[in-house]
Design a protein around this ligand. Structure first.
Ligand SMILES: [Zn+2]
Length: 280
């Protein structure tokens, strides 16, 4: 049982649901939750689905026809390759099924029968033994939701666990399109404003938070900020993240990143602050 996740409820004797709450960026006043299940016994009445296609481990099924869906599917396959190449992770072929609903109402109706805890969420990731599932519905920016949940799905297929800050920080980073990830995420501007107003990101504070109620907008933003530093703050920073994830993948718990990074990156806190203040 992962100590850093809150068990929200049990939907069947075999299924425990874990949830993490995500408040999107300030320009996006929605709430997205990602649900994680050790096992899933959800089944699907498939007759209404249009299968858009398969790409990598992803299968995309939609309630409606749209030319953009094929493009999104290609993007997801690239996302998995990017995650593997960037983080040096051994990615599994475990299937990830994506269900896209035309309306919020049909999404909620569907989930109410299978994952009732997820009906208030904007998008959902359910981890299963044989395959994982992502649920989302059409609205402005739904592709961002699917990339976010798809990132969780790929990471959880590859790794036995992830600290909450790193799980969400990576999902926030990779939810943007490949062209926008490094410099155009709204978190960057918000992060700078918050630092100008005197707030400093604190990894050790993020690592103390293990309950949904403790993880809000600033925690998502700071988690993204640390991931951005590890990916763009220099070769040594990226190497530290790669080594940390390799230890997790090898089932050798590396301890807290705040300590792991401080031991390997001189003036770690200062490097993070300088990076986030000066990144263009
Ligand atoms: Zn998430």
């Amino acid at each position: 049982m992962l100590a850093f996740r809150l068990i929200r409820s049990v939907i069947s004797p075999a299924t425990a649901i874990f949830a993490s709450k995500q408040l999107r960026c300030e320009a996006w006043p929605f709430v997205v939750l990602c649900l994680f299940a050790i096992t899933s016994n959800t089944s699907h009445a498939v007759e209404k689905w249009i299968t858009v296609g398969h790409s990598g481990p992803f299968t995309l099924k939609s309630e409606y026809q749209d030319d953009e869906h094929a493009e999104l599917l290609d993007e997801l396959a690239d996302l998995q390759l990017d995650l593997s190449a960037t983080l040096k992770l051994k990615i599994t072929k475990k299937p990830i099924q994506i269900y896209l609903f035309r309306h919020k109402r049909s999404y909620q109706n569907y989930l109410s029968q299978r994952v009732p805890e997820g009906t208030s969420r904007q998008a959902l990731f359910v981890k299963g033994d044989r395959f994982s599932q992502v649920y989302a519905y059409a609205h402005w920016g739904y592709d961002t939701d699917i990339r976010h949940e798809g990132t969780h799905a790929v990471l959880h297929n590859a790794l036995p666990y992830l600290p909450m800050w790193l799980d969400e920080g990576l999902a926030e980073y990779f939810e943007e399109t490949a062209l926008n990830r490094a410099s155009n995420h709204p978190h960057l501007k918000a992060m700078r404003w918050s630092m100008r107003l005197g707030s400093s990101p604190s990894l050790s504070n993020l690592e103390k938070k293990s309950e949904l109620s403790e993880f809000g907008a600033s925690e998502y933003r700071e988690s993204w900020g640390y991931v951005h530093f590890f990916l763009h703050g220099g070769d040594d920073a990226r190497q530290v993240l790669v080594e940390y994830l390799a230890e997790i993948q090898a089932n050798r718990p590396p301890g807290k990143m705040s300590r792991f990074a401080t031991e390997r990156i001189p003036q770690f806190d200062r490097r993070v602050a300088d990076h986030l203040s000066s990144w263009k």
